[in-house]
Write a new protein. Sequence first.
Length: 158
Amino acid sequence: MENKKCSICKIIKLITDFYITKEGRVSSSCKECRNKKATLWQKNHPEKKRLIQKKSRDKPKAKERQKKYYREWYKKNGRSRSSDYQEAILEWRKNNPDGVRAHQIVSYALYHGKITEPKLCQKCNLEKKLCAHHNDYSKPLEIIWLCYSCHKLEHSKK
């Protein structure tokens, strides 16, 4: 195997630790350094990052690829949603305008840094992906952060 020196970290690494450019050449910096550089750029340019993501999401090929990915994922993982799932969401939104408004307020507050999402579920104390739960939609920022399992249990109590 060939070795190459990274132009950023100056460490000699295997050629497989470097990306291949569109022109078919080996990049000058290693994958690790390129990823760190990209992450830093994304942190410093959130608006540009969002625009790039939106443009790529709106391309027909990307939409088709995403549909295919999720269809396969749901088949493989045995999880499928009923055909009337989207209708149920629309129905809930129509019947719960206070809930919709509360969700919008939380999203806005998160986006603008007025509130932050904790790392741990407030019921089971596990580090998982969390969602905001409202006991009262008229108090939109009075929320508890629950993992999906605890959130489902909380709703099943009602």
